[in-house]
Write a protein that binds this ligand. Structure first.
Ligand SMILES: C[S@@+](CC[C@H](N)C(=O)[O-])C[C@H]1O[C@@H](n2cnc3c(N)ncnc32)[C@H](O)[C@@H]1O
Length: 258
């Protein structure tokens, strides 16, 4: 049996990270940004490293046919559990496939999708190249590729706000850090990922920031107007200089029509 590194993180991620203002804001902002690029439902969507299907479920609710591909049985079990709370038609529109994103085209039998998402996955990989390549291969003509990555340019912000000044100084030239789940996470830049997308035949349409104020501020779920925070984040996400300072970024590209 292969080891599932996410087995010990799945609960922390689903019950911890997602059950926060930050987690909810992330899902909302990414979803709203995605809708600017996706075709109307029903369209086939592949969510690579889709985990507990947080991004997939809202798309399935809209009528999209979503395949969640993830190597972690523990994360897929959490996806299955979350899907049980959905109406039958939504459940039927989500398919769960266990396997590595780097083999996405083989595992989905060469199917070409209208949109391929890969959110919050590249930061756990030493080299984003093979994953981005695989993700691009799965996007059909006119298909969208949506990546969310940790912003390598703003790694000094968090240690500075936590008054860890030596760490902050080192972070200016670092490309990784210990993330909120305790695992080492690696940052990317919009430019580097745009170049990888280009190599895969995908041209960037837009990029957005993800998490600005809600990453820097402790916001208790019970006393925070999450919808208000999400609207502020959404506005900041698409304009400079705010998006450049964001904790993560959302890069959306498209393959040319055949
Ligand atoms: C932080 S979670 C993000 C889940 C989901 N994309 C989301 O935005 O809610 C990271 C996910 O990446 C998955 N992952 C790690 N390595 C992967 C790989 N090589 N291929 C595909 N998924 C991978 C993990 O199993 C985990 O479910």
């Amino acid at each position: 049996m292969t080891e599932d590194p996410w087995a010990s993180l799945a609960d922390a991620f689903v019950d911890g990270a997602y059950a926060t203002v930050k987690g909810r804001v992330r899902t909302y902002v990414l979803h709203r940004q995605l809708l600017r690029h996706l075709p109307p439902p029903p369209a086939p969507v592949l969510d690579v490293g889709g985990g507990a299907a947080h991004q997939s479920v809202p798309l399935a609710r809209l009528g999209h046919e979503v395949t969640v591909l993830d190597p972690s049985a523990a994360m897929l079990a959490r996806a299955e559990q979350r899907l049980r709370a959905e109406p039958e038609d939504v459940r039927r529109r989500v398919r769960l496939v266990e396997g590595a994103g780097e083999q996405a085209d083989v595992l989905t039998r060469g199917r070409r999708f209208a949109a391929v998402l890969c959110h919050g996955v590249l930061l756990y990989l030493d080299d984003p190249g093979p994953m981005v390549e695989a993700v691009c291969r799965c996007a059909g003509p006119g298909g969208v590729v949506s990546l969310m990555a940790l912003n390598a340019r703003t790694l000094a912000v968090r240690p500075a706000l936590e008054r860890r000044w030596a760490d902050a100084l080192a972070a200016f030239d670092a490309d990784s850090e210990i993330g909120v789940l305790g695992a080492r996470t690696r940052g990317d830049t919009v430019e580097d990922l745009s170049a990888l997308l280009h190599e895969g035949g995908i041209e960037v349409e837009s990029w957005y920031g993800v998490w600005l104020f809600s990453d820097w501020t402790e916001l208790p779920l019970d006393t925070t107007d999450v919808a208000a925070v999400a609207e502020v984040e959404l506005r900041a996400a698409s304009r400079d200089p705010y998006r450049q300072l964001s904790r993560a970024f959302h890069l959306v590209g498209r393959r040319a029509e055949a």
